[in-house]
Design a binder for this molecule. Structure first.
Ligand SMILES: NC(=O)c1ccc[n+]([C@@H]2O[C@H](COP(=O)([O-])OP(=O)(O)OC[C@H]3O[C@@H](n4cnc5c(N)ncnc54)[C@H](OP(=O)(O)O)[C@@H]3O)[C@@H](O)[C@H]2O)c1
Length: 263
């Protein structure tokens, strides 16, 4: 029970990563406040958790809307008295941002992931930190990808967006760690069981000339283990990083690429 009685808010909890992290946090006995742009997928995750004996409430919260995030966090404080963990797993559809060479890319399409990802992470982190500072305790978390650290064709503004979020993790930590708040990120390789990865492959399929199976094999061949990570493996690391066992860890994004990317 690594997260017993910790109060955790998850943004994008109806998605693949947000849902997997929510279930893993619940198994470790965290009290969960799950949010998403639409209520139904978040409600489904909360129902699963509650029927397995865990604690979860669902709410519709647009993680780009400052007032909505603030109002929801206040409701968490009113109900649970505190917030210990903020996990941002928000993702925007890759079809909107991938597949166009940079020289042909429209500036609005280039800017979309940079503005969206950084805005959502900044808002959720800043508003959670304001509630954590009085307790001198808390953990703020975000997921990125290896695009933050290596050149990949046809990904538009996605790489800069991921790099910006990892920079924000370091900067938030530099300001918040002296006040007892850790800020950490996870950087998993593609997890093929998520719809996101198939969606990301499709815009590039033609250019790469590969089938979906060949593409997965190509990604797996770049790892030391010659396989891609599962959602459950990623969520287990998230549990550890959110727990007090990781008290020595802040200002960093953990490389979960299984050797695809050197540190
Ligand atoms: N899947 C992977 O293998 C993988 C690996 C490494 C990193 N990542 C990154 O991790 C993040 C999450 O990935 P994922 O696979 O979990 O994606 P996902 O399944 O598409 O989940 C993203 C979730 O974010 C929600 N969302 C979008 N805009 C929102 C907003 N303004 N407010 C609140 N919620 C919002 C989505 O809701 P709607 O569906 O209603 O829009 C969706 O539930 C992405 O940044 C992705 O690039 C993914």
């Amino acid at each position: 029970m690594m997260l017993k009685d910790k109060v955790a808010v998850i943004y994008g909890a109806g998605g693949a990563i947000g849902g997997a992290v929510a279930r893993a946090f619940a198994r470790e006995r965290a009290k969960l406040f799950l949010t998403g742009r639409l209520r139904a997928p978040v409600e489904a995750v909360a129902k699963d958790i509650v029927s397995a004996g865990g604690s979860a409430e669902a709410a519709e919260v647009d993680a780009l809307d400052e007032q909505a995030v603030d109002k929801h966090l206040q409701s968490v404080i009113d109900k649970a008295g505190r917030v210990d963990i903020s996990f941002n797993a928000v993702g925007i559809p890759d079809t909107k941002i991938l597949g166009v060479p940079l020289v042909e890319l429209d500036v609005e399409q280039f800017s979309l992931p940079i503005a969206t990802y950084t805005r959502s992470y900044f808002l959720t982190a800043r508003l959670a930190a304001r509630r954590m500072i009085p307790n001198k305790s808390g953990v703020i978390m975000r997921v990125t990808t290896l695009h933050s650290r290596t050149g990949i064709p046809l990904v538009g503004g996605y790489g800069p967006a991921m790099a910006a979020m990892e920079a924000l993790t370091r900067d938030l930590s530099a300001e918040l760690a002296p006040q007892g708040i850790r800020v950490v990120g996870l950087r998993p390789q593609a997890m093929p069981e998520t719809g996101t990865i198939k969606e990301a492959f499709e815009p590039r399929a033609k250019a790469s000339g590969m089938t979906w199976e060949q593409w997965q094999q190509m990604l797996a061949s770049k790892t030391h283990a010659r396989r891609l990570m599962t959602l459950a493996e990623m969520a287990n690391v998230a549990v550890f990083m959110a727990s007090d066992k990781a008290s020595g860890m802040t200002g960093t994004t953990v490389n979960l690429t299984m050797g695809s990317l050197d540190d």
